[in-house]
Each structure stands twice: as structure tokens, then as C-alpha cells.
Design a protein around this ligand. Structure first.
Ligand code: CA
Length: 495
């Protein structure tokens, strides 16, 4: 009996007392953005689809991501699908509701959550709501039974309005075929509740909100009132839901939107070819970058203790990030920086293999290069002239590939970084080429250090020991309170 008890205790010590920490996406694990049409085709028609994503879940799990953001999946008249025809259906070319259910189920088995793009600023001009509203307005037949109040009509022309005839116009800020919804209208909000219910019931973890900055024409107060209402509603249905908003504006404007209570907003200031990360790599100024990342994290926490920034190098509206950098080493370092930042990283599909594409939007959404001989087709109007030949298949075999670098760094993040229940501060080495952030949790501190320069750096450091690292050339060491770190390398330490 005693032996059994000891054995039980041993087993408990080995397994019971150290349960695998559950990965929760809000806590900062890595998301992956997918343009479905270009990701992976499962049925040979050349168009990527939901079953195609199911076939690649092993790949995504192996990459280490635990969340997927699907760009719009609803029926639409365009290739990009930001003009929604029906919020409670799947575009035929992508699959069916049954396929979507299967995707959510299979993703769950891979410990991956799904969030979907929710496009509430506007509908398609062919959406039944708009057709009904426009007919009623044109026939002077508006009453409480039709949808006139779902949109903004005007008898005179205004900025952002489209002409129906000389005495009738409607608001369509982005494009004449995408009329803006009247989000102040209670019936529209009822419709949105129905849409949210529908997708939460199908098992989505949450939503990526398209264009909330434009909900009320850049009026942060009104935008925030709507976002607060939406957040409250979504959380009343699923407490652990995750929502991230696209406010493509200056940093202060993004920060102001955190007052809405939304979980997260994208940090556009860090992204793109002129963003904080690329600028830091060019100037090799690690101090400025670490200070920025820590200050921004803390500024958000001061507004909403639960909220966290979402960080990325580039997305479907920007040129592919691989072209931002001088060489593969810089590409790797940029990935290390944002994947190990105190924010939720979003990898844009194909970024992990260094895909290229710029110019018109279609070029930023080219087909994923799997290297399987029957690859998915790119959008038909893509005209990107550059070549990209390195596939997932090849890079998986090459231990020094960008893809294997992404895998390694994401694994480090998942293993060492908690970004929700920590105090974040910049650590300023004497050498400003080092970018360092401390993640402080009680009496334990984890520190991430990157060398932004092309030279080996030796700098003073006491109290820390190396726990892991990303080795690009030589391993980092600590000897007699001196940290030695190779060019473009990253090291994780603790004390
Ligand atoms: Ca297909």
C-alpha cells in the first residue's frame, strides 16, 4: 500500500503538479492571419478554402500558433470579400457552414482558436438590407417596417456620399458598392447581436473588427461607445472571447480607442516599412525600441488593465515585410523582436517563408507557396513581377531557413513569456544597439535581449543567467558579469 502511495505521489509530482499550462490567446500566444482564397485549395478548383485550412492545421500547430484570424469568409461579390452579402453564411468558393464547423472542431484538437473578420462599418450595396432601404427611400415609402434607417441617406451631396440621383445620395466612404451602416440604429445593433450569436454558437473565439475608426467618421467618442456596447454583448455570450480592432491611425488615436474596453488593437506604429521595428533595425537603436514597447504596453494597462496591444510586421493591406529588410539576418531579427514583444503577435500567412508582394492589394495576397506542385491560384488581377521560389516544403528541410527560425522563436515565446500578469520595463544596456525588455512577475524576471547591430557586443550584466537563445552564428555567453551576444541574435535570460 505504501509503495502505491509513493508511486502515486511520484506520478502526481511528475504530471499532476506541473500541468501543461493552458494556452489562452488573450494571454499573448501567437495568431496567424489567413486570406482563405490564397492559402490552400483542397478540391482542385484553385481557390483556397476552409477544408484547405483543415489540411494545414498540422503545419500551423507545428509552427506554434494558437489562433487563426480568417479574413472575411462571407458571400461577397469581390475577391477580397470586405463587401458582405450575408453575414450568416460562408462564401460558396470557401465551403459550407458544415465545413466551418469541422474547421473549428479540428482546430480545437490542434489547440488553435479561430477568430473571424467582422465587417460592420459597411455592407455590400447588393446586401438585401441596402436593396430594401434604397427601394423604400427612392419610393418615398420609408416606415418602421423597412430598413431606411440602416444606412445614411441624404438629399444633398456630402463628403463620402454616392449619388443615386440628383436629390438622393448615400454614405459609402470606402467605395460606392460598400454603403456605410448606421451603427447608432438599435435595429442594426439587434442584427449585429444575431450575427455575433450565430458565430459564437459555431465556436469562434472572437472577432477581428474591420475599420472601427470609420464607424462614426473618426469620432473616437462615438466609436468607443459602440465598441463598449459590442464588447459587453460579446463577453456576455462568451466570457473568454477575444476581439481585436483595426484602427489604422496614429498611436495616440489607437490608444484612445482602448478606452472602449476592447481587448486589443493593432499597433500600426510598429508595422510597415516606416514603422518602429524597421526604423530601429535601420538606426540600430535598441534603446528607443525597447522604451517604446514598454511604454506603450504600460500606457495601455493604465487605460485598461486587461487589454494588450497586437503587434505585426505587415498585413494584407501593406507590402510584404520580407522586402523591408536588407537580408535574411535582419528578417530573422525583426521576427524575433515582434514575436517576443509584450504584445500579441500576428503572423501574416507566408511571412514565415519570406514571401514577397507589393503594389496593388492583390499582390499583397498572393498564393501561399507550399511547394507541393498543385499550389493554390493567386488573385486574378495580381501583377506582381518579382519572383519568389522558396517553398514551405524546402524550408522545412533547411534548419537555417526563415521558417525554422519562426518555429524556434514562437516556441521560445510559448515557453517563457507571460505577457498578461507581468510588469514590463525596458532594460537599458550601456550599448544602445541592444534592445532589452524585462518581464517581471513577483520575484522572477525574464529578460529578452536582441542585438540590433552587425557586430558582436559585450556589455555588463549582473544577476541574470541565460535560459535559452536564438543562435544565428555564435552562442551568447555570460562570463564575469559580461554578456557577449553575436550580431542579430536574441537571448532569453532570467533572474
Ligand atoms: Ca477550392
Amino acid at each position: 500500500m505504501k509503495k502505491v502511495v509513493i508511486l502515486f505521489l511520484l506520478v502526481s509530482l511528475l504530471f499532476g503538479c506541473a500541468p501543461k499550462k493552458e494556452v489562452t490567446n488573450k494571454n499573448g500566444s501567437v495568431y496567424y492571419e489567413i486570406f482563405v482564397a490564397s492559402f490552400h485549395d483542397s478540391d482542385g478548383d484553385g481557390v483556397g478554402d476552409l477544408n484547405g485550412i483543415i489540411e494545414k492545421l498540422d503545419y500551423l500547430q507545428d509552427l506554434g500558433v494558437s489562433g487563426i484570424w480568417l479574413m472575411p469568409i462571407h458571400p461577397s461579390n469581390t475577391y477580397h470579400k470586405y463587401d458582405v452579402l450575408d453575414y450568416m453564411a460562408i462564401d460558396e468558393s470557401y465551403g459550407t457552414i458544415e465545413d466551418f464547423k469541422a474547421l473549428v472542431q479540428e482546430a480545437k484538437k490542434h489547440n488553435i482558436d479561430i477568430i473571424i473578420d467582422l465587417v460592420l462599418n459597411h455592407t455590400s450595396s447588393k446586401h438585401p438590407w441596402f436593396k430594401e432601404a434604397k427601394d423604400a427611400v427612392m419610393n418615398d415609402a420609408c416606415d418602421t417596417t423597412n430598413k431606411c434607417e440602416y444606412y445614411h441617406f441624404s438629399k444633398s451631396i456630402k463628403k463620402g456620399y454616392t449619388r443615386i440621383h440628383d436629390q438622393l445620395f448615400y454614405e459609402a466612404v470606402f467605395w460606392s458598392e460598400m454603403p456605410d451602416l448606421n451603427l447608432a440604429n438599435q435595429d442594426v445593433r439587434k442584427e449585429i447581436e444575431g450575427i455575433v450569436d450565430f458565430w459564437l454558437d459555431l465556436g469562434v473565439k472572437g472577432f477581428r473588427l474591420d475599420a472601427p475608426y470609420h464607424y462614426f467618421d473618426h469620432n473616437t467618442g462615438l466609436n468607443n461607445e459602440f465598441l463598449a456596447w459590442l464588447t459587453t454583448y460579446v463577453k456576455s455570450k462568451r466570457e473568454d472571447a477575444f476581439m481585436v480592432g483595426e484602427v489604422w491611425a496614429d498611436q495616440q488615436t489607437v490608444l484612445n480607442h482602448f478606452e472602449s474596453g476592447l481587448d486589443s488593437f493593432f499597433d500600426f506604429a510598429s508595422s510597415n516599412t516606416d514603422g518602429r521595428i524597421v526604423s530601429a533595425l535601420r538606426s540600430k537603436n535598441g534603446h528607443v525600441l525597447s522604451q517604446y514597447l514598454a511604454d506603450y504596453y504600460n500606457a495601455i494597462k493604465n487605460i485598461n488593465a486587461e487589454a494588450i496591444s497586437s503587434i505585426f510586421l505587415s498585413n494584407h493591406d501593406q507590402g510584404r515585410s520580407a522586402a523591408f529588410f536588407l537580408d535574411e539576418q535582419q528578417r530573422k531579427l525583426a521576427a524575433s523582436i515582434y514575436l517576443l514583444a509584450p504584445a500579441i503577435p500576428f503572423v501574416y500567412y507566408g511571412e514565415e517563408i519570406g514571401m514577397l508582394g507589393s503594389g496593388r492589394d492583390e499582390n499583397k495576397r498572393l498564393a501561399m507557396v507550399w511547394g507541393e506542385g498543385k499550389d493554390t491560384k493567386s488573385p486574378k488581377d495580381a501583377d506582381y513581377a518579382g519572383e519568389f521560389n522558396s517553398s514551405v516544403k524546402e524550408q522545412l528541410k533547411d534548419k537555417n531557413s526563415l521558417l525554422n527560425h519562426y518555429k524556434k522563436v514562437i516556441q521560445l515565446r510559448n515557453q517563457y513569456l507571460d505577457i498578461q500578469n507581468v510588469k514590463i520595463q525596458a532594460y537599458l544596456f550601456k550599448n544602445k544597439h541592444l534592445c532589452a525588455i524585462e518581464y517581471i512577475q513577483g520575484d522572477k524576471t525574464v529578460m529578452v535581449v536582441h542585438n540590433l547591430s552587425g557586430e558582436t557586443i559585450v556589455d555588463e550584466l549582473t544577476g541574470y543567467r541565460i535560459v535559452d537563445q536564438v543562435v544565428l552564428s555564435k552562442k551568447a555567453t555570460i562570463q564575469q558579469d559580461q554578456l557577449t551576444i553575436a550580431p542579430y541574435s536574441t537571448v532569453i535570460l532570467n533572474k
